[in-house]
Design a protein around this ligand. Structure first.
Ligand SMILES: [Zn+2]
Length: 118
């Protein structure tokens, strides 16, 4: 089945710009003697990290400044992809209920109203 929604999924996957994780800001004390951070004043940062987990562990990976915009886009793509997958799943369940599963479902907007047709 190929719908507008599943077409968007393919477009995102084609770019492979996907990261599953969340961004975390961290602050540090350095080891420079006499630095203000050593005196309990403001720490260094924020430094951006991606927090992610697998079935076995969770990790944080530093995101260099020059990659921050791209990494935010990759994470956004993952979240968009997940929302699209949920929409396709609902479409497929509706087709199953109508005994039309396997047929092409067209979804779009016409004159501001959403329409669905098989
Ligand atoms: Zn310091």
């Amino acid at each position: 089945m190929r719908t507008i929604v599943s077409g968007k999924i393919v477009a995102i996957l084609r770019g492979s710009e996907i990261i599953r994780g969340s961004l975390v800001k961290r602050y540090f004390k350095c080891k420079t003697p006499g630095c203000s951070c050593q005196k309990g004043q403001s720490k260094h940062g924020p430094h951006l990290y991606i927090s992610y987990s697998t079935e076995k562990y969770s990790r944080q990976v530093y995101v260099p400044t020059e990659y921050q915009i791209a990494v935010k886009r990759y994470i956004s793509n993952y979240n968009k992809l997940w929302e699209l997958i949920k929409k396709v799943s609902i479409e497929n369940i509706e087709l199953l209920k109508d005994k039309k599963m396997g047929k092409k479902l067209h979804i779009g907007k016409k004159n501001g109203k959403e329409y669905r047709s098989v």
